[in-house]
Design a protein around this ligand. Structure first.
Ligand code: COA
Length: 172
């Protein structure tokens, strides 16, 4: 089961990814692409994007190889973010039932703070068309439009970058 809208709203909690999350995160990926990205991409592009996650071991490796944070609401995963290397946001997905409630904002904010604390000077993302408004609001600057090949389809995205401030001096 993935989260659906609840009248009661509480702020998401964050925790690191655990291998037991794999199945639910995959369900979040498929549901969010299907329901949240369908205004920006064609039916065939949506299908190709979802199919790109059919290789579960490869998806698990992507989640495990970098820093992955899971946002939970009422104890259930509501979305997640994965960082590739030190400075590339690789994955960001939110369950459609709790979209526009700040789950992605909480995740991106946390990853920015962690990156900044590790001395990273800028974060990069290949933002899907439905994620561009979110990253723009958070101060990411568009660099260029590009396309990614998935199956027989090409999906457009926008390379965006945010310069992070200097890491705060340690407290004494
Ligand atoms: C993009 C996505 C992660 C946003 O998640 P979210 O939790 O709904 O985002 P938030 O609630 O934190 O949104 C914060 C702000 O970003 C902007 N925003 C987010 N989604 C938006 C949309 N679909 N249209 C316009 N603005 C949007 C708004 O300014 C929003 O603030 P508001 O709700 O007060 O107006 C989610 O829609 C998703 O999973 N999409 C499908 C997968 C995807 O494209 N992932 C990104 C890969 S780079």
């Amino acid at each position: 089961m993935i989260l659906s809208a609840t009248p009661k709203w509480s702020a998401p909690a964050l925790r690191p990814y655990l291998p037991k999350d794999l199945a639910i995160l995959l369900r979040i990926v498929r549901a969010s692409i299907e329901q949240l990205a369908s205004e920006d991409y064609s039916e065939n592009q949506i299908k190709a994007w979802i199919e790109a996650f059919d290789d579960e071991p490869a998806f698990a490796k992507r989640l495990e190889s970098g820093l992955t944070l899971v946002a939970t609401l009422e104890g259930l995963p509501a979305g997640f973010i994965a960082l590739k290397g030190k400075d590339q946001i690789d994955l960001l997905f939110v369950a459609p039932g709790v979209a526009r409630r700040g789950v992605a904002t909480t995740l991106v904010d946390a990853i920015e703070k962690l990156a900044q604390a590790r001395g990273v000077s800028a974060l990069h993302v290949e933002a899907s068309d439905c994620a561009v408004p979110l990253f723009s609001v958070r101060g990411y600057e568009p660099q260029r439009r590009s396309s990614v090949s998935l199956g027989d389809e090409w999906l457009a995205n926008t390379s965006m970058t945010k310069t992070l401030g200097a890491s705060p001096a340690p407290l004494h």
